[in-house]
Design a protein around this ligand. Structure first.
Ligand code: PLP
Length: 452
């Protein structure tokens, strides 16, 4: 029997990333409140947050300092834009902090409100920059199959997942997808991670040569692929990719929307995996998701071109109303302060061995083909046959079923096909990590019984 709230939901909402037909039958999971690493539904049932919302609530659900910061900023200056050279203290302070902690030398910061619009900005900057440099043919952008970069027309084009393209008439021309570096799935039998990475880099180079290096402007990648299935890169991958990009003067855009601010055991995934990034997209954990905010960080080389172009044509004609929102910036400044004061990176490093030990132990389960992660993010792939790596029929929905069983056990996770992601709030303690995996193990046993 659906609750009154569930019925009203079905009658009024189109949910993002939801099977709209199935939702009409099943209705929503209505969540009402949160405390620490737990959230509570409208019946008062408690769930451990295994996904930090959508890879974002690093500081959990009841951080009083963030709440008070937002309230104080709202009282003082609830809104002010930064168009036409206006500014305010929180926007400036945040940019200074970001420059200070950036993993590569950064010259300037451009704000937005979501990861998608940050990546849209990246594309526009790349196009604008190459026009300014007098090479208007150098515009193509290479992304990766299973990469996730957002949902706007342009950022959804970068995304390399079928559901984001089918019937949306995407991707846009000029946006290409190279191979997905998922060793478990795509390596040849016996191929080492290093050899697989060399093959991935060679395939990227072949694509660049096929297209013509003078037509390829940029490459975008997440240090760890998130929505593609929480896939960590194989050994040597980014080192080899860096070399190919440098050879053909191709800009490297690091999409740090999930990996930014401690997730991989360093402040940025760029450091963990050695990406030679020219620009970075950040969002989500930048405010621990307490306020929508994104930031594009760019190096001096990119910024100089933008300024030169402005000297020629005037206004840099890009930006959203909420770019540099004072409440978002104030919350982000406080979030970064808390990360530093609470030594969030050190915390991740100290609990990560427990997280990774329990994650990889899942491989002992008959349903789990691969379980792999870094820092406090990991992916688990459910398979029909571990020896042959044969998948279940996707329509059977084994991954989503395991997540549903996890929900019954009081754990929120996310399935992407038959890959299930773990990405809890960074403040999670060892005992809670153990509890999270205990609950998922019980969910897996139920899934196994159901799948037979
Ligand atoms: N880039 C990455 C790596 C992401 O994981 C996401 C969202 O999950 C985005 C971009 C898009 O961000 P948003 O949903 O805020 O538009």
């Amino acid at each position: 029997m659906l609750s009154n709230l569930a019925v009203r939901d079905i009658e009024t909402l189109v949910h993002p990333y939801t099977n709209l037909a199935a939702h009409r039958e099943t209705g929503p999971l209505v969540l009402e409140s949160g405390k620490g690493v737990y959230v509570y539904d409208s019946n008062g049932k408690e769930y451990l947050e295994g996904m930090a919302g959508l890879w974002c609530t690093a500081l959990g659900y009841s951080n009083q300092e963030l709440i008070e910061t937002a309230y104080e900023q709202m009282k003082k200056l609830p809104f002010q834009h930064i168009f036409g050279g206006r500014s305010h203290d929180p926007a400036i302070e945040l940019a200074e902090k970001l420059k200070e902690i950036a993993p590569v030398p950064i010259s300037k910061v451009f704000y937005g409100a979501s990861g998608s619009d940050a990546n849209d900005t990246q594309i526009k900057i790349v196009w604008y920059m190459n026009n300014a440099l007098g090479r208007p043919q150098k515009k193509k952008i290479i992304s990766r199959l299973k990469g996730y970069h957002g949902v706007t027309v342009a950022s959804a084009s970068l995304t390399g997942l079928p559901n984001n393209h089918i019937d949306f008439d995407l991707p846009l021309p000029g946006i290409l997808h190279t191979s997905c570096p998922h060793h478990y799935r795509f390596a040849e039998p016996g191929e080492s991670e290093q050899d697989f990475s060399s093959r991935m880099a060679a395939e990227l180079e072949e694509m660049i040569l096929r297209e013509g290096p003078d037509t390829v402007a940029a490459f975008i990648a997440e240090p760890v692929m998130g929505a593609g299935g929480a896939i960590t890169p194989p050994a040597g991958y980014f080192e080899k990719i860096n070399a190919v990009l440098a050879k053909y003067d191709i800009l490297f855009i690091a999409d740090e929307v999930i990996t930014g601010f401690g997730r991989t055991g360093n402040m940025f995934g760029t450091t963990t995996y050695g990406l030679a990034a020219d620009t970075l997209s950040c969002a989500k954990q930048i405010t621990s998701a307490y306020f929508p905010l994104s930031a594009v960080m760019m190096n001096e080389r990119v910024y100089e071109v933008l300024v030169d172009q402005s000297r020629k044509i005037g206004t840099f004609g890009h930006g959203n109303t909420y770019a540099g929102h004072p409440v978002g910036c104030a919350v982000a400044v406080k979030t970064l302060e808390i990360y530093q004061r609470e030594r969030i990176v050190e915390h991740v490093r100290s609990v990560s061995p427990t997280f990774l030990r329990r994650l990889t132990k899942l491989e002992e389960h008959p349903l789990v083909g691969e379980a792999r992660g870094v820092g406090m993010i990991g992916g688990v792939e459910l398979v029909r046959d571990k020896a042959t790596k044969a998948s279940f029929e996707i329509k059977k929905g084994v991954g989503p079923k395991s997540v549903l069983f996890a929900q019954q056990e009081g754990l929120i996770l996310r399935a992407m096909g038959d890959r299930v992601a773990f990405c809890p709030p960074l403040i999670m303690k060892e005992a809670e990590i153990e509890e999270m995996f205990d609950r998922y193990e019980r969910a897996l046993d139920k899934t196994l019984a159901w799948a037979k």
